[in-house]
Write a protein that binds this ligand. Structure first.
Ligand code: ATP
Ligand code: MG
Ligand code: MG
Ligand code: MG
Length: 469
């Protein structure tokens, strides 16, 4: 059985043999792009090569890119623990052509790697294309011999990628694997496509147009290729598993969590260990890339993920900090591919430990309050916004932690009420500042806080360089 580390290498060396330069992952905090919260796809570090603003001494590249999708436009935080295929941190394997090869080669490479080098059963694979992209459909027929009913035409933006409101864009083709009819879920484009039976493994973008401000679109002179395949998804498949969390790396982390708590992590409570394993990766990689827990921006996303993990540890009965004890297992699994993990091991361990200790003091009391509040509610009713706000304000519960806790009981939070309580507190704080003699500065501060919010990060919602859709 190939490990994830071996599968990553196979991918990179396949494309190296096809004339691609192996480029290291870009950092999780993108350089030169303050609007993008975290690197969320392989193309992020190559943005300027696609637009032609920058050229390098290669026109073909291949990478394994660290990605975090836990904030901004692409947010899979709420999927973790619920689907077989989503992480907050994952690795995206990609091959890129900057004005070099295009559709025919990109499809041929993908098909050859999947069915020959990886030996995947071709009869289980199906693809989607953008509904007007006859060219891609024809290539799939020719290269892979796929029948029409396994080339699904999708009319929505799911199969049309844009770098931003303007700039390079184009249709994409997605490759799916059918894990079998014992798993609920329909094929792409069907009403129950969000199930986990048909899992998207690879997304190939054909950058062929440029979108202008006036709404018009023109063919690009330089046609490019951008692809992304989740290492954990292809890994699960190649390891004979359906679920990303059953891959060797994820199992090792889940085992470490069980070991630290002296429980069987694959029995009852498995979902909590999975969340912990996922969040261990995203928090550790973020810290290694220079993000520190804080009350706004990227640091608050980190804090939210950490605290969420701590609640799951608490549910498993952990009385003492847990996450920091799992760092060695992570470094053992991923430290050779990502040396920054080992280099930052002390920082990661201490940051997790400090944050766990800090939150421990209010976690218990907050959960008790939440329990009391819920006890008085009719079945299925939402938690009132002011209760959620009190948990946030007094006990340090990020809103999404409260939502995560309530989701298990089929409840939500009155978020309008939460926002109103937040606005009221801000207004009070603002009034208290008036007359302090520093009104001018304070106004600026409050405006900034309003604009970016402490929980919404609207600033980051305006991502210009989004990943694939
Ligand atoms: P899905 O529809 O399953 O959420 P996506 O279309 O959002 O996937 P892309 O943006 O196309 O994903 O990313 C390219 C590839 O990266 C996907 O085909 C998948 O293999 C992988 N991937 C995307 N999101 C995640 C995630 N949260 N965890 C693990 N792998 C992911
Ligand atoms: Mg996709
Ligand atoms: Mg998709
Ligand atoms: Mg997605």
């Amino acid at each position: 059985m190939k490990t994830l580390n071996e599968i990553r290498s196979t991918f990179l060396s396949y494309f190296e043999k096809q004339g691609h330069t192996v480029v290291p992952s870009g950092p999780l905090v993108p350089r030169n792009d303050p609007t993008l919260m975290f690197a969320n796809s392989g193309m992020v570090q190559f943005k300027n090569l696609f637009t032609g603003v920058e050229t390098r001494d290669y026109v073909r590249a291949t990478t394994a890119q660290k990605c975090v999708r836990a904030g901004g436009k692409h947010n899979d935080l709420d999927n973790v623990g619920y689907t077989a295929r989503h992480h907050t941190f994952f690795e995206m394997l990609g091959n890129f052509s900057f004005g070099d090869y295009f559709k025919a080669e990109a499809i041929a490479f993908a098909w050859e790697l999947l069915t020959k080098d990886f030996g995947i059963d071709a009869s289980r694979l199906l693809v989607t294309v953008y509904h007007t992209d006859d060219e891609a459909a024809d290539i799939w027929k020719k290269v892979a011999g796929l029948p029409d009913d396994r080339i699904i035409r999708i009319p929505t933006d799911d199969n049309f990628w844009r770098m931003g409101p303007t700039g390079p864009c184009g249709p994409c083709t997605e490759i799916f694997y059918d894990h079998g009819d014992h798993i609920p879920g329909g094929p792409p484009g069907s009403p129950d496509e969000d199930g986990d039976r048909f899992i998207e493994i690879w997304n190939i973008v054909f950058m062929q147009n440029e979108q202008f401000e006036d709404g018009s679109m023109k063919p690009l002179e330089m046609q490019s290729i951008d692809t992304g395949m989740g290492l954990e998804r292809i890994g699960a498949l190649l390891q004979g598993q359906h679920d990303n969390y059953e891959t060797d790396t994820m199992r090792a982390l889940i085992e470490a969590s069980g070991h630290a708590l002296h429980v069987d992590p694959f029995g009852a409570g498995n979902v909590h260990h999975r969340v912990i394993a996922d969040h261990l990766r995203s928090t550790s990689f973020l810290i290694a890339d220079g993000v520190m827990p804080s009350n706004d921006g990227r640091g608050y996303v980190l804090r939210r993920i950490m605290r969420r993990a701590m609640r799951h540890a608490h549910l498993l009965g952990a009385k003492d900090p847990l996450m920091y004890r799992l760092v060695p297992a992570l470094v053992q699994q991923m430290g050779s591919a990502y040396p920054e993990l080992g280099q930052a091991q002390t920082l990661i361990t201490e940051t997790l430990h400090l944050e766990e200790n800090r939150f421990k003091q209010t976690l218990d009391r907050g959960l008790k309050l939440l329990e009391d509040e819920v006890a008085d509610l009719p079945e299925g009713a939402d938690l009132p916004g002011d209760a959620a706000f009190k948990l946030y304000d007094t006990y340090g519960f990020p809103l999404d932690l409260t939502q995560d806790a309530l989701r298990e009981q089929g409840r939500g939070v009155d978020t309008d009420g939460f926002d109103a309580a937040m606005a009221e507190q801000k207004a009070k704080a603002r009034a208290a500042w008036a007359g302090s003699g520093e009104a001018a500065d304070a106004t600026v501060w409050f405006d900034v806080a309003d604009k970016h919010g402490t929980t919404d990060f609207l600033g980051y919602e305006l991502e210009t360089a989004e990943g694939q859709v």
